[in-house]
Design a protein around this ligand. Structure first.
Ligand code: GN1
Ligand code: MG
Length: 340
């Protein structure tokens, strides 16, 4: 059954059965499929969860509910995700569909626009965490087992190199060599990882996961994409923000040239520490740079692994996209290293 037919079924079983709904495909994210639905003057976000990646969608839904209930109980001052029940009283339809209220009057950005914008996004996340710091870790399930296991990521890369088709190996020879000869980033992380505490983390705080006021490039109204909430090192989130906010090029732009923004990196640190300064441990604060370089390195490993595996994980729009994404991460990592 196509997505469109499925969506028709979903809406026929929804609140007041709808004959007049409009479906728009939204280009967002590399994993799930996202649709905007216009129905009786109301707007919804309907998503098909990629169950190859999120093998137990009920965990992710429970995490979202526990977090939104916690924020509600603490009068969190911003908007947050509100899942909607299907007519059978469940939050997941047919094991893989879920629906949210649409957050109106917003816009999002694929790439950071300015250091002020970076500061605001990092500060917004920092504030968000200050509201979660008394939420029990037991409330949050593991949405993707192994997601934060960087050693596993490296082993998956090694396996992919062994099994890849020759042409893909040849096309990515330089990138494979870069990953193999720069394992120091993984080793540095391994040295600190036992010393850093486990916290509740978003695990995907890239700039496109913040909704901004539609008339402002700096006023944030909500943090979205809560699927990867899990327990882990908050330094992962810092590293992923560094990966996203300091990149002056698109994530799949492989070209050489100025790519790393030091100004954005400083703004990120200031914003991130805004509400968290007194809550983080000394090891966490001293290892922001380690986190940035390791997370960029691991993202390069992940894109390259997927390229070698024949593009089975990330959606691609053209054949070499995962290789281009790998090159972009490697260039960004080189930029970060040069500036520090
Ligand atoms: C994926 O699907 P999306 O765009 O939200 C990925 C992240 C990567 C990101 C790179 C579950 O996120 O880990 O950092 O792409 N999500 C998953 O842009 O693997
Ligand atoms: Mg995501």
């Amino acid at each position: 059954m196509t997505d469109r037919q499925k969506i028709k079924n979903i809406f026929e079983n929804f609140e007041n059965p709808a004959s007049d709904f409009e479906v728009k495909t939204l280009v967002s994210g590399h994993i799930n499929r996202t649709y905007l639905i216009l129905n009786h003057g109301r707007k919804f976000i309907l998503q098909k969860i990629n169950t190859k990646v999120f093998k137990q969608p009920e965990i992710l839904v429970q995490n979202i509910l526990n977090i939104s209930n916690h924020l509600k109980s603490k009068n969190y001052p911003h908007q947050f995700l509100k899942p909607i029940l299907f007519s059978d009283g469940k939050f997941i339809y047919d094991s893989e569909w879920r629906i949210f209220e649409f957050i109106e009057n917003s816009q999002s950005f694929e790439k950071a626009k300015s250091d002020n914008q970076v500061f605001e996004a990092a500060k917004f996340l920092s504030e968000f965490y200050s509201y979660l710091n008394d939420l029990n870790l037991a409330e949050i399930g593991d949405s993707i087992p192994g997601f934060l296991d960087f050693n596993l990521r490296y082993r998956q890369f090694e396996t992919a190199v062994k099994n890849a088709e020759q042409l893909r190996i040849e096309n990515s020879k330089q990138e494979i060599e870069f990953i193999i000869s720069n394992q120091k980033f993984l080793n540095e992380w391994n040295k600190i990882s036992t010393e850093i505490p486990t916290r509740i983390i978003h695990a995907d705080p890239k700039i496109s996961n913040f909704l901004f006021d539609k008339n402002s490039e700096e006023k944030i109204i909500a943090l979205i994409d809560w699927d990867t909430f899990m327990c882990g090192p908050i330094l992962y989130d810092f590293g992923d923000m560094a990966r996203s906010y300091t990149n002056l090029k698109n994530e799949d732009d492989p070209s050489e040239g100025e790519i790393f923004s030091q100004k954005n990196y400083e703004a990120l640190k200031n914003g991130f520490l805004f509400y968290l300064k007194d809550q983080l441990t000394k090891t966490e604060i001293e290892n922001l740079d380690t986190a940035a370089s390791t997370v960029i390195y691991i993202q390069a490993v992940r894109f390259l692994t997927d390229y070698l595996n024949g593009d089975i994980y990330y959606h691609i729009g053209f054949r070499e996209q995962n290789l281009n994404r790998t090159k972009n991460q490697i260039n960004l990592l080189k930029g970060l290293i040069k500036s520090n």
